[in-house]
Ligand binder design. Structure first.
Ligand SMILES: NC(=O)c1ccc[n+]([C@@H]2O[C@H](COP(=O)([O-])OP(=O)(O)OC[C@H]3O[C@@H](n4cnc5c(N)ncnc54)[C@H](OP(=O)(O)O)[C@@H]3O)[C@@H](O)[C@H]2O)c1
Length: 268
């Protein structure tokens, strides 16, 4: 598996499995580990979950039951946060951050988390700084091996960067041809923060072009965009309930897009 180096020198796999609808039927949690088990069988060792997905327990259980050593896995989870624009409680603090991390450790049944993210920015930047300071403490203790953010804008990040001691390693945002986020990605690069693409396959725009490019390599549109993301230095977390898709979404490292093809995809 290709890995990227984060700003703290640690490695992160270039591709992981999304999980937001795993262990659920019609949106209701079942605890079924079948999708996680299938993803592990397909070769995934990196899982992206979140407290708000309500499935950390199933992700942890699937990993445990694989009997593959914990240190071969890379688990990302996220602290559930308030909605932007909402003044409603709960308010966040060091204490709520501590409680959230402890809940995730318990549900995942692990004593450390490879990557812990603040799921969404909210309006109160003072609170975000406090939460971040608590995550920094966990990072120093080795409980959180890497800390980052998700859905943070340039404005959210610039405040955090101005006040933090340890900068976030990633910003997980929607990146695909329908959501290019060019300005944000340029800012992330300037600040040595890796872009992490959620929804990497949830788009329609340009699929025909990707399919045409893939024909030459015997690859489908999904494999082409995932390969492209690797070339651009974006971590991808495609999610699939089908073993065949899970497997093919990892079969992306045996071909090289030309510079012209990269430019074509840039412009989709
Ligand atoms: N931080 C955030 O705010 C945030 C927000 C949304 C998502 N996420 C994370 O990002 C992950 C990925 O995002 P996502 O689940 O929204 O979208 P996605 O992974 O881009 O797309 C999922 C869809 O693509 C289909 N698919 C997967 N592989 C395919 C293939 N090879 N060929 C054709 N179709 C394929 C899946 O259907 P099948 O099951 O039929 O394969 C599913 O309908 C989530 O699971 C979650 O972990 C984070």
């Amino acid at each position: 598996m290709l890995t990227f180096t984060m700003n703290n020198g640690n490695q992160i796999p270039a591709v992981g499995s999304g999980t937001n609808s795993f262990a659920k039927t019609d949106g209701v949690y079942t605890g079924d580990t079948k999708e996680v088990v299938s993803a592990i069988r397909a070769g995934y060792r990196f899982f992206d979950t979140a407290e708000s997905y309500g499935n950390e327990e199933a992700v942890g259980k699937g990993i445990k039951e694989s009997s593959i050593p914990r240190d071969e896995f890379f688990i990302c989870t996220k602290m559930a946060t308030r909605k932007r624009g909402s003044d409603e409680p709960p308010h966040h603090s060091r204490e709520t951050a501590r409680e959230a991390v402890e809940r995730s450790l318990k549900k995942l049944d692990t004593d450390y988390i490879d990557l812990y993210l603040i799921h969404m920015p909210w309006d109160n930047k003072e609170e975000a700084r406090e939460v971040w300071a608590q995550l920094e403490d966990y990072y120093r203790e080795g409980v959180l091996k890497n800390i980052g953010v998700s859905n943070f804008t340039i404005d959210d990040l610039s405040d955090l960067l101005a006040h933090c001691e340890i900068p976030p390693v990633v910003d997980q945002v929607r990146i695909n041809p329908e959501s290019k986020n060019k300005e944000l990605i340029a800012y992330l690069r300037e600040n040595n923060i890796l872009p992490m693409a959620w929804g990497p396959l949830r788009f329609e725009q340009g699929r025909d072009v990707l399919t045409a490019i893939g024909e030459k390599y015997g690859k489908n549109w999904a494999q082409v965009i995932l390969n492209y993301n690797c070339r651009k230095g974006y971590i991808s977390i495609p999610k699939s309930h089908s073993f065949e898709h899970q497997k093919s979404n990892l079969e992306i490292f045996d071909f090289e897009l030309t510079e012209e093809e990269i430019r074509t995809i840039d412009e989709l």
